[in-house]
Design a protein around this ligand. Structure first.
Ligand SMILES: [Zn+2]
Length: 874
């Protein structure tokens, strides 16, 4: 029975013998149910509730004792047996649970709930074949009396059975779980079953919405909060942790929740806390296989292969064919970027059960991150074919189809995939930038990188997210590096003010180098720190200066000691704190290099690659204890912060946005050192200045602002204000000077660059125009202005090859005057003697503007003289 029983299917007319043989000549299901409901004494019903409450709240001994008494008294009530078995299983008393199950199944042979639980019991007793045989037993029960499973409870059981059989998840949802939830809104099991199913298909959204609508009683069950914690696991760790708090409040011994929290702590590089949580789980169930799997992960991460092997053996001790153990170990390793080791574990898991869905889904993602795309996509296809509800597989196969339309560019050591139009516009620039990064950073860190690095650049955030995380969402990332694979958002996905893509790719290539050098064995803070640090080394405008906000954070409570930087990174309080973690990590790298030199940093990476932990590598290479390093870094950071705008304060005016210059001046009189106050006043004065005295007064304040913090390039910085004043005067050289100062400090300053290009064209400064057009192309190559500037400047400078590329790009982009773009390209081609190409372009120009006189003239010049017509013979 691979498929669902259609709703309303009738019994096949064969009376189930077991039921018929019961005394009392029970003929109908209704009578039977009435009999079961009536048989326990009223006090017993209350006792069951008490035993179930004991189980829910983690008093497993008590639950077990109450159930054992009831069962000894000869109970035929299914719930008693379920509590008994569950409380034994929860404590790892697997042989006892087996005895209880067999006893229960003998007394209540028709109980599908017992048989479903029995599968787990047999498995944990190493009897996988008997566990599988139970499915056949269930099938027999259901076939014998399908109408019995039309109740909400029955539908949930039926659905769980079908899922165990590998039935289509959507059908199970539509035909079992959803109707059960509708028929009996108070039934807690239905939303639980739906959420569990959704989570198994990576459909966290459905899990979360279903649980939100679950009956109130569900909240008393730790399982409810645990499921919610999993639903929020990827997108909102804070919420996930809160739900774990709730679960553990109800039941401090809830092993599922303890293990999920342990997994969070592993992610956060807080191994000691993870180990402690595992200890708590083992106190409940010393044989907990998932707990031993996590123990193996911790051993792996601290380079203890024997510990890893023995923990894995313990995990597989009760059921050697359990595919979950290797799946968990691999999944956790992949979360730490150990994709090679992670994928090897998924293969082990699939060796035990080739169809195990979680291992297939994880292996698929691992392969795509390792750049083994052929195999990865094939697996995504196979998963989707077997399971059309799998959200991950659906997303990935859709993405694969989109990628088929991308263009692949090849450079030395790189395969770059881009949208074809984008490849046309800046593909060669991407290759050139990557080649430069490879040379510079490869030499600096001495990393050997074999195999091409795959770089994929996505014009839409959704596809970037699916390629990177398997799921849409996850805002805020410009690029991600997995080692052999880099994914990035193109400027097209970033609206009006995109970030500098050259800086992004430089940063990601930094990860390629450090991840390769350490074989992906490095704390995230160090990898990010080096990448951010190297951005600033390559181009000061790409670096991260100390902003007023960072200054306050460095000098305040948000400063994190060097030895705890991982936590700052992996458990940030807010988006701002995450940004600050990047910044502080780069500062830590700067500190390490200043203190111990580049060779020591390289040595730390070598040590990490050899399996040492960061807490071992850092002190030995820096020649200081961790405590000394912490103190010295705190000192270094404080001095850096204090050097920014010394003497200034960061109190902001509590005035309405409409406050005039007078009000701001008064406020500043009382807060004379306020940087935000000075900034607001300067901006107000610049905006209002109309005459010479007004301009002079404004300029005085702006200069004061610039002197206070020359590196400040945020909103209303001194440079844009100086440029605005110069434009009012007007004083083009002064305006250029201000804008150039800004462009040298801020790699994302597109408005400044666009204005600079206008000024440079106006004054015929072609070298400057070419330089700033290039800077602008590093931010947004998808607009016409920088290509136009570069084309014009290159032509004037006689840089024909560059001019040609720029005109070609312009011909693609220029929507205001495409005829002119094609015409100019044609002229340049003609001058270079490439007449056929020139003719083609001139025809394109005339297609746009049929009366374009200059184009007609050029066409005449390009048309080869017509051969003399042969004399016609009559
Ligand atoms: Zn990064």
């Amino acid at each position: 029975m691979g498929d669902l029983v259609e709703q309303g299917e009738r019994s096949r007319g064969r009376r189930p013998r077991r039921w018929a043989s019961r005394p009392g000549a029970i003929t109908g299901l209704a009578c039977l149910l009435a009999w079961i409901a009536a048989s326990p004494r009223p006090s017993r019903a209350a006792d069951i509730a008490a035993a179930e409450a004991a189980f829910r709240t983690g008093r497993y001994d008590e639950a077990n004792r109450l159930a054992a008494e009831a069962v000894r008294d000869g109970s035929w009530v299914e719930r008693w047996h379920l509590v008994k078995i569950r409380s034994e299983m929860a404590q790892g008393l697997y042989p006892a649970a087996l005895g209880s199950f067999e006893d229960g199944a003998r007394r209540i042979p028709g109980s599908v709930a017992l048989l479903l639980l029995g599968r787990e019991v047999y498995r944990r007793n190493g009897r996988g074949a008997e566990a599988d045989a139970l499915l056949d037993a269930i099938e027999a029960r259901v076939r014998a009396a399908p109408s019995r499973y039309g109740t909400p409870d029955g539908l949930v059981l039926l659905g769980r059975y079908f899922l165990a059989r590998g039935a289509d998840a959507k059908k199970v949802l539509n035909q079992c779980f959803d109707p059960a939830a509708k028929q009996q809104p108070g039934l807690v099991d239905a939303p639980f079953a739906i959420a569990e199913l959704a989570l198994s298909k990576q459909d966290a959204a459905l899990a979360a919405t279903t649980l939100a609508k679950a009956p109130k009683a569900a909240r008393d069950d730790p399982h409810y909060h645990y499921l919610l914690a999993r639903a929020f696991d990827d997108d909102d760790r804070g919420r996930s942790e809160k739900e774990l708090d709730e679960a553990l409040k109800v039941n401090p011994r809830h092993v599922d929740s303890l293990l999920l929290r342990a997994s969070h702590r592993v992610d956060q590089e807080r191994s000691a806390e993870a180990a402690d949580l595992l200890q708590q789980a083992f106190a409940v169930n010393p044989r907990e296989p998932r707990g031993w799997a996590y123990r193996a992960v911790l051993a792996h991460l601290s380079s203890h292969p024997e510990g890893e092997a023995s923990a894995r053996a313990k995990a597989l001790d009760s059921w050697p064919e359990d595919p979950e153990v290797d799946h968990i170990i691999g999944r956790e390793l992949s979360a730490k970027y150990r994709f090679a080791e992670g994928s090897a574990y998924q293969r082990k898991s699939l060796g035990l059960d080739p169809d195990y869905p979680p291992a297939r889904a994880q292996l698929c993602q691992d392969l795509l991150r390792l750049g083994r795309e052929d195999e990865g996509w094939a697996l995504a296809d196979a998963i989707f074919k077997d399971d059309p509800y799998n959200v991950l597989a659906f997303n990935l196969t859709t993405l694969r189809d989109l990628l088929a339309g991308f263009r692949t560019l090849q450079g030395e050591g790189f395969l770059v995939r881009m949208d074809p139009r984008e490849a046309e516009l800046y593909g060669p620039r991407v290759l050139a930038l990557l080649a430069r990064a490879r040379k510079t950073l490869g030499a600096k860190y001495g990393a050997t990188i074999d195999g091409p690095i795959t770089v994929e650049i996505f014009p839409r955030k959704k596809e970037f997210a699916v390629r990177t995380f398997g799921l849409p969402g996850a805002e805020g990332f410009l690029g991600v590096c997995f080692g052999p694979v880099i994914t990035a958002n193109s400027p097209a996905s970033q609206g009006e003010t995109p970030a500098n893509w050259e800086a992004v790719l430089w940063h990601e290539y930094g990860h390629v180098v450090t991840l390769h050098k350490t074989k992906n064995k490095m704390p995230r803070w160090l990898s990010e720190g080096i990448s951010v640090y190297e951005e600033g080394k390559e181009n000061p405008a790409w670096g991260s200066p100390i902003t007023p906000r960072y200054r306050a954070m460095l000098l305040g409570e948000d400063f994190t000691p060097l030895s705890r930087l991982s936590a700052a990174f992996l458990a940030p309080k807010s988006g701002m704190h995450l940004q600050f973690a990047y910044f502080e990590s780069a500062l830590a790298v700067e500190f390490l290099i200043a203190k111990a030199g580049e060779a020591a940093l390289r040595g730390v990476l070598d040590d990490l690659g050899a399996g040492f932990t960061i807490n071992e590598a850092l002190p030995s290479r820096a020649g200081m204890t961790l405590e000394q390093l912490d103190l010295a870094f705190a000192d270094f950071a404080r001095k850096k912060a204090e050097a920014v705008a010394p003497g200034m304060t960061w109190d902001a005016p509590d005035l309405p946005p409409t406050a005039d210059a007078k009000a701001l001046e008064d406020w500043l009189g009382q807060h004379p050192k306020s940087f935000p106050g000075l900034r607001r006043l300067a901006a107000k004065l610049v905006a209002g200045a109309t005459d010479a005295p007004g301009l002079a007064k404004a300029k005085g304040r702006v200069e004061e602002l610039r002197r206070a913090d020359p590196d400040y390039v945020g909103e209303d910085n001194a440079y844009v204000l100086l440029a605005a004043l110069a434009r009012k005067t007007p004083d083009p050289p002064a305006e250029r000077q201000a804008l150039e100062a800004l462009a040298a400090k801020d790699g994302d300053a597109s408005p400044a660059l666009l204005r600079l290009m206008e000024l440079e064209r106006g004054s015929g400064d072609w070298p400057a125009l070419a330089r700033d057009a290039g800077r602008m192309l590093a931010i947004n190559p998808l607009v016409a202005a920088p290509h136009r500037g570069l084309a014009e400047a290159s032509e004037k400078l006689g840089h024909d090859a560059e001019a040609l590329d720029a005109y070609k790009a312009l011909a693609i982009l220029d929507e205001t005057d495409p005829a002119d773009a094609h015409y100019r390209l044609a002229k340049l081609l003609a001058r270079l003697g490439r007449k056929d190409e020139a003719r083609l372009e001139v025809l394109k120009s005339l297609e746009e503007a049929p009366r374009f006189l200059d184009a007609h003239k050029l066409l005449l010049e390009l048309v080869p003289p017509e051969p003399r017509p042969e004399a016609k013979t009559p």
